[in-house]
Design a protein around this ligand. Structure first.
Ligand code: ACM
Ligand code: ZN
Length: 544
């Protein structure tokens, strides 16, 4: 009996010691965005110190790249040069590939204890997402670019199982209405990675500017990338007034390849968009023979939709586009190439003898079928080079190209119709995911194009419409928000429009809809804002 009492006392002391040295972690200490699918708080903290090592199999290049990302991300604030090791279980961040972990691509498991952090995944993408979770579990100062001597780098003990709900988690950027330097494009990509997004849709060509260097057509950079001046004020309000300032810019091939490589290290695919047959006035300004009337044309200086588009009856247009796309494919390894297809007025085609002759020869019913012919020809060409097309939902008109993926932007109807026809769909409805819309009272905001979509509206979005059955719903690959930059002249303004709405979007596309709760999101966002501050993001916040 006495012996039992002694053992009980010992057990009590041991338990007491254990509890005081390893206090239970509360839910409030875990503020990861997007919310992981399962979170089980543990006891105590892992402390990242100068003796912490990163343990991984360095024969796997992709895993080594994740380890390198962790080291580079944590070095500035901690001042630590975290050592790599191939074994060791104490004071270690372990990156483990385990094919038996099942789940959607990107799945990972995360375990932190006072002794170690272990991230386990079937591939490097999962490890990379686990690394983002680790970043967000550390004190917010981890994002600072100067050494923080007074911070204890504590990671609360937790077990996480996590996988994305959707495989397409995207953000778009229009660099044609206004041009943004590579340094900003990289920051934009960094922020996508931080939120476990995986697609960057780079809208590279427009009426107001062509931004891609193409060796075969030097006038695209010489003429199409420049406009004589830019509208002041809103594109829908006449009389128009202009600033009188020449404006332009383009990316060299080297720069674009550098962006692709940078994104790849962050598990992000760059999808280039080359607009056709509309939104092409800048091309026509340099190569007027590609338009129905022969010009002359000028690179657009105001915003809107223009009647002058590629002539669908002229073989030279297809030769031009195929040559351009050959060089585009050489820069961008993405399986998807976005060919635009939106807002192409049929006015010129109705009056053009070449276009009408094409309609006749091909037995087409009207100009909508002519657009379908145009897109299908480009699809065949891209397919023959192992690529797939994405187009805006106007490509449904006149008949959808057989393998096309549709970006549903004029609401969800185009996406619903396409999914019902067995086509893949990316939802990007202007009801919720147009981040060029106002996010607050227009009287208090810089000028935007129109409309209203605040943080709660974005957060409330679910990419799979109820009307789809289970089979059709599988065609909804995910969602994307668009940033059209007519009214965003600076990268600071782009950030202001994108954040925090893009943070809400990240949870829409990652976290199971049943787990999403706006109030809980706002609670985590409050801490997340501190991280965005350290990352120098010029986000909008009504209350700050
Ligand atoms: C679009 O907003 N014109 C796709
Ligand atoms: Zn024509």
């Amino acid at each position: 009996m006495r012996k039992i009492n002694f053992l009980l006392a010992l057990l009590t002391v041991a338990l007491f010691w254990h509890c005081t040295s390893h206090p239970p972690i509360s839910d409030e200490e875990i503020n990861v965005i997007p919310l992981p699918q399962q979170v089980e708080p543990g006891n105590g903290y892992f402390i990242l110190s100068e003796n912490t090592s990163i343990v991984y199999d360095n024969s796997n290049e992709e895993v080594a790249s994740v380890a390198q990302f962790i080291k580079e991300t944590f070095a500035p604030a901690t001042g630590y040069n975290i050592e790599s090791a191939t074994s060791g279980r104490r004071n270690a961040i372990r990156l483990v590939i385990d094919q038996s972990i099942s789940g959607e691509p990107g799945v990972y498991e995360f375990e932190s204890t006072p002794r170690r952090v272990t991230i386990t995944a079937p591939d490097a993408a999962g490890l990379f997402y686990g690394a983002q979770t680790l970043r967000q579990l550390l004190p917010v100062q981890i994002e600072q670019l100067t050494v923080q001597t007074d911070v204890e780098w504590k990671v609360p003990a937790v077990e996480i199982y996590d996988e994305p709900s959707f495989q397409y988690r995207g953000l778009h950027l229009d660099v044609a209405r206004h041009f943004f330097p590579v340094s900003f494009i990289k920051k934009y990509i960094d922020l996508l990675a931080f939120h476990k997004m995986n697609k960057f849709h780079w809208h590279l060509t427009e009426d107001q500017g062509w931004r891609v260097e193409i060796d075969k057509y030097p006038l695209l950079t010489e003429i199409s990338s420049q406009r004589s001046e830019t509208l002041i004020g809103h594109g829908g309000i006449e009389p128009f007034e202009y600033d009188g300032e020449p404006y332009g810019g383009y990316y060299t091939k080297e720069e674009m390849k550098e962006v692709v490589e940078y994104a790849k290290k962050r598990h992000i695919t760059v999808i280039p968009e080359i607009e056709m047959p509309g939104h092409t006035l800048a091309v026509l300004a340099a190569y007027p023979e590609l338009g129905c009337t022969g010009g002359p044309y000028e690179v657009a200086t105001r915003w809107g939709i223009f009647d002058d588009i590629f002539c669908a009856g002229n073989e030279d247009v297809f030769t031009f586009l195929e040559n351009v796309l050959l060089e585009v494919m050489e820069i961008f390894p993405s399986e998807y190439i976005h060919i635009g297809g939106d807002e192409a007025p049929k006015t010129r085609w109705e009056e053009c003898s070449k276009c009408q002759a094409r309609i006749e020869e091909e037995g087409l019913k009207d100009e909508y079928e002519l657009q379908s012919y145009f897109i299908q020809r480009m699809e065949k060409f891209l397919n023959s080079h192992g690529r797939q097309i994405i187009g805006w939902d106007e490509i449904l008109e006149g008949g959808l190209a057989p393998g096309a993926t549709v970006m549903s932007w004029r609401g969800e109807d185009g996406g619903i119709e396409s999914a019902q026809m067995g086509h893949d769909v990316i939802m990007t409805p202007n009801s919720h995911l147009y981040f060029d819309h106002y996010q607050n009272d227009p009287d208090e905001e810089p000028m935007a194009i129109c409309c209203f979509s605040d943080l709660e509206n974005v957060y409330s979005y679910h990419p799979v419409p109820d009307v789809l059955n289970e089979e059709e719903a599988k065609h909804i690959l995910g969602a994307q928000a668009n940033l059209w930059t007519e009214y965003m002249k600076t990268s600071e303004h782009v950030e202001y429009m994108a954040y925090p709405r893009a943070v809400a979007l990240s949870e829409v596309v990652w976290t199971n809809q049943e787990l999403r709760d706006y109030d809980d999101f706002l609670r985590r966002l409050d801490v997340h804002y501190d991280r965005l501050d350290k990352l120098n993001v010029n986000y909008f916040d009504k209350d700050r």
